[in-house]
Design a protein around this ligand. Structure first.
Ligand code: URA
Length: 209
């Protein structure tokens, strides 16, 4: 089985070196499927890192994270929370788009825990460079990608989870989950998502002193 950890001295030391490495990465089968690897984007140093699951169809075409329907949900919620996306490093737990082809459509497939664990290398390398104080993981795959183990979002949201490197993890649902809901459930979950972002805004302000 592939080694899932990168020793600190083996990690690429710049974001462009991580970008080159993920494009060449074939440590799991998803790397053979996608058009491109989608690197995180944002300032080289950012107080907040947002981690999603994996690029979708539009992200794979654009080569940028969160530019499709989920990205629009995220952007609107960030704006309401007073968070400027340009100040945030936005990335994914898995760097390639996993899908099945159905006619002309490419349908999203969730990555397996093994694929997420293998891809952790790259988010660890990004974290070591960007040094965020707060990491917001959106959805179960993102939580697994950051922590290396699974954690129920319903129980973990709304409070910080200290990480070994001195940063802290906050968790919320994935924006695509909100897109699938209807009626009261949708309103309820959107409000919880917004509250999670508001808590992150407050925490960032506290940390900035
Ligand atoms: N969903 C994600 O998790 N990440 C993206 O970049 C886009 C959709």
């Amino acid at each position: 089985m592939a080694n899932t950890e990168l020793e600190p001295e083996e990690r690429p030391k710049t974001l462009s070196a991580v970008d080159a490495a993920i494009h060449a990465c074939r440590r799991c089968p998803i790397g053979f499927l996608a058009n491109t690897a989608v690197m995180g984007e944002g300032p080289k140093r950012a107080a907040l890192m947002i981690v999603g699951e994996q690029p979708g169809d539009q992200e794979d075409r654009a080569g940028r994270p969160f530019v499709g329907p989920s990205g629009r949900v995220l952007d609107a919620a960030l704006e309401r929370a007073g968070i400027d996306r340009r100040q945030v490093y936005v990335t994914n737990a898995v760097k390639h788009f996993k899908y099945v082809q159905r006619g002309k459509r490419r349908l999203h497939q969730s990555p397996t825990t093994k694929e997420i664990d293998i891809c952790r290398w790259w988010n660890e390398a990004e974290r070591a460079i960007v040094k965020p104080q707060v990491i917001l993981a959106c959805g179960g795959s993102a939580v697994r990608g950051v922590l290396g183990k699974s954690m129920a979002i319903s129980r973990a949201r709304g409070r910080p989870h200290p990480l070994d490197d001195g940063s802290e993890l906050w968790v919320t649902v994935h924006p695509s989950y909100l897109l699938r809901l209807r009626d009261e459930m949708k309103e309820e979950q959107e409000a919880l998502f917004q509250a999670d972002l508001a808590a992150v805004t407050e925490r960032l302000a506290e940390l900035a002193g």
